[in-house]
Design a protein around this ligand. Structure first.
Ligand SMILES: Nc1nc2c(c(=O)[nH]1)N[C@H]1C(S)=C(S)[C@@H](COP(=O)(O)O)O[C@H]1N2
Ligand SMILES: [Mo]
Length: 327
């Protein structure tokens, strides 16, 4: 009999993830139906090629130049660990069972377009390859901190979000950037769980989106990102809890009203708009004082703004009087 040993980085907190709050029998059946629907697709539609990052049309851009300004002193998380420990509810919630990566691997990466709309000079829909080639890719080493108190250190490839904002040419009335993940339950069985208000949405203020740290990710470990990381385009905002970092983006809207993210919609008391990392502000169901590094298995003290206070604290000057910045 094969007994799967629990790796040291499996968290007790995982027993209390939001998923377990909302998981229902109906949702389970829905997820099963989605998988079946996908299996019924013609073989060509399922072809590994469309979901395989090794055939990515932008692979000639890798590895991109490292930006030495963004480095981390703790060890880089090995790829075989981070690639099999993903939060991507569109592809299930079994993050520790390798299944998210496996199911996501079938997601077609092309054709892929990104709609840029709302309060911009000119709304448009751009092909992902044109968008990526209009930007200058670079590699940055960032910490990543999930609200569930695990963390990793990974080399992302991508471009500063402020370059994307410049490209989009927002109007002066734009106060927030709202980002939306694709919606296709045939590809993403988790989207058959009607307990979640799909598609996945989250957003930032313009000041956050144009902060030097906000980064649009296209690759990881020196190559185009495998699907489970949110290919072909995802956000990473390393000073915030991971749920703010929207994956597999198809729409970027510049808006006047504050967007309400998927997690805020399902459980606003636990997941707020700001979601900045702070060791002193506990999640309603667990402490945020420390975190477990999934690479080394070590538990470390959580850092204010996940170690990026110098870069981002000025954004929030004075805001703490009126806003819940850390949930
Ligand atoms: N579309 C989408 N984006 C998402 C999520 C998700 O379930 N769906 N999970 C978020 C959470 S909770 C985290 S911690 C990070 C995980 O990114 P990683 O799998 O690359 O570590 O993605 C975020 N972005
Ligand atoms: Mo997360």
């Amino acid at each position: 009999m094969l007994i799967r040993r629990r790796p040291s980085w499996e968290l007790p907190e995982s027993a209390a993830t939001p998923e377990h709050l909302f998981f229902s029998r109906r949702a389970l059946l829905g997820a099963g139906a989605g998988l079946a629907a996908f299996a019924a697709l013609p073989a060509t539609a399922q072809a590994q090629a469309v979901g395989d990052p090794s055939g990515d049309p932008t692979k000639d851009l890798y590895p991109a130049k490292k930006n030495p300004a963004y480095t981390v002193s703790t060890p880089v998380t090995p790829e075989d660990i981070s690639a099999n420990y993903n939060n991507f509810y569109e592809f299930g919630s079994d993050q520790m069972n390798y299944s998210v990566a496996r199911i996501a691997a079938k997601m077609p990466r092309r054709p892929w377009t990104v709609k840029i709309d709302g309060l911009v000079e000119q709304e448009r829909e751009v092909g992902i390859d044109d968008l990526i080639r209009a930007m200058t890719l670079e590699e940055r080493l960032y910490r990543h901190r999930c609200v569930e108190a695990w963390s990793m250190v990974v080399p992302w490839t991508g471009f500063p979000m402020k370059d994307l904002v410049a490209y989009a040419k927002p109007l002066s009335g734009a106060k927030y950037v709202r980002m939306e993940t694709f919606l296709n339950p045939k590809v993403a069985p988790g989207q058959n769980r009607f307990v979640y208000p799909w598609p996945y949405v989250d957003g930032l203020t313009m000041a956050e989106a144009t902060n030097e740290l906000a980064f649009m990710v296209t690759g990881i470990y020196g190559k185009p990102a495998p699907n489970q990381y949110g290919a072909p385009l995802r956000l990473t905002v390393p000073w915030k809890y991971g749920f703010k970092s929207v994956k597999s983006i198809v729409r970027i809207s510049f808006v006047a009203e504050r967007p309400v993210g998927l997690w805020e919609k399902v459980q606003g008391r636990e997941y707020g708009f700001w979601a900045n990392v702070n060791p002193e502000v506990a999640h309603p169901r667990w402490s945020q004082a420390s975190e477990r590094d999934i690479g080394t298995g070590e538990r470390r003290p959580t850092l204010l703004y996940n170690g990026y206070a110098e870069q981002v604290a000025p954004i929030y000057a004075g805001l703490d009087k009126t806003e819940k910045l850390f949930m």
